[in-house]
Design a protein around this ligand. Structure first.
Ligand code: SAH
Length: 459
């Protein structure tokens, strides 16, 4: 029987959706952190459960052909990336596998009628993020620090430059910490709910080159706010233009990145960016995809799947600032977007006006409430796009969709597990799963975005 502290020599034969390598010992699946499929390793068992075990690497005896040296100095400690030790081609294969495993093993979905495409990857999978969120806190010795959370914990790993984001975001972090030191500003402590500065959030527009820095605080204001503004504006921002500095008031005990209220310290209350030829304004609290190059591929594919001809009515549930809705509007008769965050709907309406799009309407509210309301009003869209957050959609919304009986449903998902669950509901109620396209929005992490096309069956 396998037990804790046992040492084995193993070959890694598979990869879990967490990024851990998997080997089998006595028919038990053993998850090995940091392992790569094809590695021959010496491992030590760290934990044994009835159906699986965990282990750590003691020695790499023979590295996999897919193993590479991670370019980041804090990769092993930081919880941000899980696949940086795996070559990019293999990462893309793994992501397709993660989606297939979810659909087949969680959903038990029959994929025999489904076209299942290879993961759409990036040409240069580096510095792709347009948004960085850095928690700020205290080290054990009381000194201020900021960076990323370590894996499975809220210990902050300090960093000087995250390779997923732009260098300017990391420079802003250093400037905020230096301002805090000089002005004796405290960092927020999650356990005591005391202290002021919680996080720095930096968002940039890939094409507009505008940048926004949001300082989230457990209070209403900061001491010497002008000094903070000056420090940030004095940074060398390269080709970026820091056009918005915002204080976000977040005095709740929850762990949401931002509170609901903002106060503009400098410049505008939003930044703009261009996607698929349209211009968008983006407020701090509005969702905006983090990888703009891949987002264009994501939206173009979703819209291709919908086969819009210009005469259809389109419903876009969970529409954010209206990106999918407005990209679809050019090829539709009428588009209706639904989103729960009020600021995002305000952006969506401005974005329609800014791009002179007149056939788009937007409603604030939960997908659950508004989809039922629209159904009761007799709305019968030809196409429904649905792009929910990680927890997926819900039965009320899915039933409203089924009752509206669109010809096609294009489901965009950032979580294969909830996607599988929701697809079971839709495919058990008259829809066939025709296409599955994984898209790599988050290179070096285990996250994968998936676009699926469901077509109404002829009954
Ligand atoms: N389609 C958009 C946004 C996708 S992210 C884009 O590509 O940018 C998911 C969105 O769902 C977020 O904007 C989030 O605020 C919103 N949301 C979360 N729960 C919701 C609910 N119950 N009803 C409607 N929208 C919701």
């Amino acid at each position: 029987m396998i037990k804790k502290r046992d040492i084995y020599q193993v070959e890694i034969t598979a990869t879990a959706s967490s990024g851990d390598g998997i080997c089998r010992i006595d028919n038990l699946a053993v998850f090995v952190e940091g392992a790569c499929e094809g590695d021959i390793l010496e491992i030590e068992i760290t934990n044994v459960k009835s159906s699986y075990a965990n282990a750590k690497i003691l020695r790499i005896i023979n590295p996999s052909i897919h193993r590479i040296k991670p370019p980041c100095a804090v990769y092993e400690k930081c919880g941000g990336c899980q696949l940086m030790h795996v070559d990019y081609k293999k990462q893309l294969e793994l992501k397709k596998q993660f989606v297939a495993d979810s659909l087949e093993r969680i959903g038990h979905l029959d994929l025999s009628e489904t076209e299942f495409f290879d993961t759409l990857g990036m040409e240069t999978p580096e510095r792709y993020r347009n948004k960085m969120v850095f928690p700020i806190g205290k080290k054990a010795d009381g000194r201020l620090t900021g960076g990323f959370y370590a894996a499975k914990s809220h210990n902050i790993i300090a960093l000087s430059d995250c390779l997923l984001g732009n260098k300017f975001a990391s420079d802003c972090l250093a400037a905020v910490i230096s301002y805090m030191k000089e002005n004796r500003v405290s960092a927020y402590d999650e356990t005591t709910h005391k202290g002021l500065v919680r996080r720095l959030f930096v968002r940039t527009g890939l094409y507009s080159r505008e940048a926004m820095a949001v300082i989230s605080i457990n209070g209403k204001s900061l001491p010497n706010e002008k000094k903070l503004v000056d420090k940030l504006l004095n940074l060398d921002s390269g080709e970026l233009n820091l056009s918005s500095i915002i204080i976000n008031i977040n005095d709740s005990k929850n762990n949401l990145v931002l509170g609901a209220q903002n106060r503009t310290l400098f410049g505008k209350s939003y930044i703009s960016d261009t996607l698929c030829g349209l211009e968008f304004e983006i407020s701090p609290n509005s969702f905006y995809q983090v990888n703009p190059l891949q987002t264009e591929k994501l939206y173009n594919t979703a819209i291709d799947f919908a086969e819009l001809s210009g005469s259809q009515t389109v419903l876009d549930l969970y529409c954010g600032i209206g990106t999918i809705s407005l990209c679809a509007a050019k090829k539709s008769a009428r588009v209706i977007g639904v989103e729960i965050v009020e600021q995002a709907i305000k952006n969506a309406k401005e974005n329609a006006a800014r791009n002179r799009i007149k056939n788009a309407e937007f409603y604030t509210g939960s997908a659950e409430d508004i989809s039922q309301k629209l159904l009761n009003e007799g709305l019968a869209p030809d196409i429904i796009f649905i792009d929910p957050p990680r927890k997926g959609s819900d039965e009320v919304t899915l039933n409203a969709i089924l009752n509206m009986a669109p010809e096609k449903i294009v489901y965009v998902s950032c979580n294969p597990a909830t996607l599988a669950r929701d697809l079971v509901h839709l495919t058990s109620n008259g829809y066939a799963l025709k296409k599955v396209q994984p898209v790599d929005m988050f290179p070096n992490t285990v996250h994968v975005e998936t676009i699926t096309l469901l077509q109404k069956r002829n009954t």
